[in-house]
Write a protein that binds this ligand. Structure first.
Ligand code: SF4
Length: 413
């Protein structure tokens, strides 16, 4: 049967009211790239990310000014009606910042700790313990986020030495993956020894190579039941980052692995940070894990349809649907399951349109200038004239009202 493997059973973690793992839907999250000390810019970007659909947003907390800004950011967002949970990203001095800024420690919904960047030698253990004790004090979950760019060097060296002394040593890449996994698992074990519950721990083991990422998460998933945060680190810019992240995460999700995802795209200078959220949502929706917005199936176009009418209509419909969603979600429960087809000619147009809730097959080059419309598999109308797009949009609105509107619900009651 077509479909993903059964979801791996992970202990659920409540991140500021959003459940991660424990059978909850896979959560979309993102990270700001503003200076957190710049309160205005950070509030603006968190709001944009939340509006785009990010259910958790991480912010950098790298110095006193940033830590001092966090509770103000939290309050401003609340006033503006955005209660999206904020995660603090800490490196090197997280123990100090959280100790010195109790309001910051309280305002955050989760702390992200990188075990490779907590400190060195003897200090590492005490600073890690302090972070966990602070999580306990403020009743916050943590993500123990290992990254191969900042892997615990002592652990890696020890595993390399042990491997070299072994009878049949593994390759360097396999040892590195083992070090990444052990860094996460040993840190989680240490956190539990200090008193943090399993329901307060999320793990991630990010690398920037697709095949290594898949291997490392498959292994990690099999060795623990902590909730897992998936992400391909440093995925890159543009289509490369989108494809690499989607390939890696898509395969893991299909295998039932992953409770929350972040797509780490490098934006173009001045580019839109919300792209990473859009990609994460598209990935979950296209694979059938979540349904956020109605689906628009549009053909790619070819030499059979030289006019741009259908491209314009497909774009128009897509924008119309996503613009209307905030209001429709309230008015039309279930509208996100709607499917619309906008097709360019008779070859696949009628067939694809029949598969959608509502679909239109526009005339290709040389075809009769008429556009049949199909509703739930049946041809219901043939549109003609220069305003076919407007007529079709009205038919979509009518369909939504009938299928998801109050009248439909009243009739069912
Ligand atoms: S439906 Fe028609 S226009 Fe669209 S890609 Fe297929 S053949 Fe080309």
């Amino acid at each position: 049967m077509a479909g993903p493997a059964m979801r791996r059973q992970a202990v659920g973690v409540n991140v500021g009211g959003v459940m991660v793992g424990g059978g909850a839907p896979i959560v979309v999250q993102s990270m700001t790239n503003t200076d957190t000390a710049d309160i205005e810019a950070t509030v603006r970007q968190v709001m944009a990310l939340a509006r785009a659909g990010s259910e958790i947003v991480r912010i950098t907390v790298d110095r006193d000014e940033a830590a001092a800004a966090v509770p103000i950011i939290r309050d401003r967002l609340a006033v503006l009606g955005h209660d999206v949970p904020l995660v603090g990203d800490f490196h090197y001095i997280g123990h100090k910042l959280l100790t010195d800024h109790p309001a910051c420690a309280d305002a955050l919904a989760k702390y992200r700790i990188n075990p490779g960047n907590v400190g060195f030698k003897a200090k590492r253990d005490t600073q890690f313990s302090t972070l966990i004790e602070l999580a306990l004090k403020y009743d916050k979950p943590v993500r123990i986020g290992v990254n191969w760019g900042s892997l615990d060097e002592e652990l890696l060296t020890r595993l390399m030495d042990e491997n070299a002394a072994a009878g049949s040593p593994l390759g360097a890449a396999a040892v590195q993956r083992e070090a990444i996994i052990q860094s996460a698992l040993l840190s989680a074990q240490r956190a539990e020894e200090i008193g943090l519950g399993r329901d307060k721990i999320i793990l991630s083991t990010k690398v920037s190579d697709v095949q290594h990422l898949i291997a490392v998460y498959q292994d990690l998933a099999a060795r623990c039941d902590y909730a897992l945060h998936l992400g391909l680190t440093e995925a890159g810019m543009g289509t490369k980052g989108v494809v690499a992240s989607s390939a890696a995460l898509g395969i893991l999700l299909q295998q039932g692995i992953g409770d929350t995802i972040r797509i780490s795209l490098t934006p173009e200078p001045g580019g839109d940070r919300t792209t990473e959220v859009k990609v994460a949502r598209e990935l979950l929706q296209t694979m059938g894990f979540r349904q956020f917005v109605p689906t628009v199936a549009a053909c790619p176009g070819c030499g059979r349809t030289t006019s741009t009418t259908f491209q314009t209509l497909a774009q128009d419909i897509e924008e119309h649907l996503s613009r209307s969603m905030p209001e429709w979600k309230e008015r039309y429960p279930g509208v996100e399951t709607l499917s619309v087809a906008v097709m360019g000619c008779i070859v696949n147009g009628p067939g694809e349109s029949k598969h959608a809730n509502i679909g239109i097959s526009l005339p290709g080059t040389g075809e009769t200038p008429a556009a049949p419309v199909f509703v739930d598999g049946q041809k219901v109308a043939t549109l003609r004239g220069a305003d076919v797009a407007e007529q079709f949009k009205l038919m979509v609105a009518d369909y939504i009202e009938k299928k998801f509107g109050a009248g439909k619900r009243d009739a069912a009651e």
